[in-house]
Design a protein around this ligand. Structure first.
Ligand SMILES: [Zn+2]
Length: 119
């Protein structure tokens, strides 16, 4: 049985997007209530009946939430241009080594603006 599991994380942060056109609102310092979804995918162990403990996903992702929550994202190493796209890759690059089943990072910058990265 092949399944895909998703666990969601939230953090509040500020950013400014320096590559947007002069005068664009996204160039100004502003904040979001970000959410990102960690998606893992694989085959269920028939003896166990599950793919992975959701708690293991949380353990892997929590250090990243701590590094992002209530920070100015532009100040974080590797996030000098913190678009949703770059943020999704930043999270992916740090999670993949400890979470080999990782299949997507989905960053919700707002309720209606979402970026999915699949490595
Ligand atoms: Zn923004």
């Amino acid at each position: 049985m092949h399944v895909r599991l998703t666990k969601s994380f939230r953090f509040e942060a500020a950013h400014a997007l320096p590559t947007f056109p002069e005068g664009h609102k996204c160039r100004r310092l502003h904040g979001h209530s970000f959410r990102f979804d960690v998606v893992v995918e694989g085959d269920v162990d028939p003896a166990k009946g599950y793919l992975i403990d959701y708690g293991d996903i949380k353990q892997a992702a929590e250090p990243l939430v701590k590094r992002l929550d209530h920070y100015h994202l532009n100040d974080i190493e590797g996030l000098n241009n913190p678009t949703s796209e770059n943020l999704a890759k930043w999270i992916w690059d740090r999670l993949k080594p400890t979470l080999p089943l990782l299949s997507a990072i989905i960053v919700h910058e707002t309720c209606t603006s979402v970026c999915e990265y699949r490595g």
